[in-house]
Design a protein around this ligand. Sequence first.
Ligand code: SAH
Length: 210
Amino acid sequence: MDFEQKRFLMVEQQMKARGIKDKRVLQIMRKIPRHVFVPKNVCSRAYDDCALPIGFGQTISQPYVVASMTETLGVCGHESVLEIGTGSGYQTAVLAELVKEVFTIERIPDLSALATKMLERLGYQNVFCQTGDGAVGWKEKSPFDVIIVTAAPEHLPQELVSQVVVGGRIVIPVGPADSQKLLCLTRTKTGLSEQYLYPVSFVPLIQDPY
Ligand code: SAH
């Protein structure tokens, strides 16, 4: 089976069958070559229904989780997005296809460099990568319409709340390694409203300097 066929099946079996409905998300995930974002030794498993190692003790998220988090963001095209935890850059590419601009932060310099190179090679001109601690956000480029975090802090970093617009969403896994919850938080005029999505298992968001 070639990669295109595998991608088609990934969308049918892992996404549509599990309730992902957003047509733009489904279409983009059918298009983006996930296999170029993973190391060669796991390339043949790029469309499998699981997270995969990308080196440096980190992982590329399970395809369903990428689709589901993206759908939950509820973007329609004009948005400025902050992503924390660039990792492989795959989720970044998905977002870049769906919004106006993506600002993405990765704490491991080598991963950030690899992802930046691949995103450039694929021609994305609306992605801006930074190496550093994403827990403090990217103040100069704020406010963002939505924020997506793909590593799990034990508690929500408050700085992020001040960098999303009122009415904007933050999709983030929160909690200790054995009991993380994927949350969709919406900033309101007076605080945050919280929606619990499902249990997840992300790598931790590390807040020390690398
Ligand atoms: N969306 C990525 C997920 C990668 S795993 C993908 O699908 O490929 C999460 C990433 O978050 C890791 O690369 C890890 O190094 C990074 N990370 C952890 N703590 C961070 C922090 N404080 N700031 C920025 N990135 C962080």
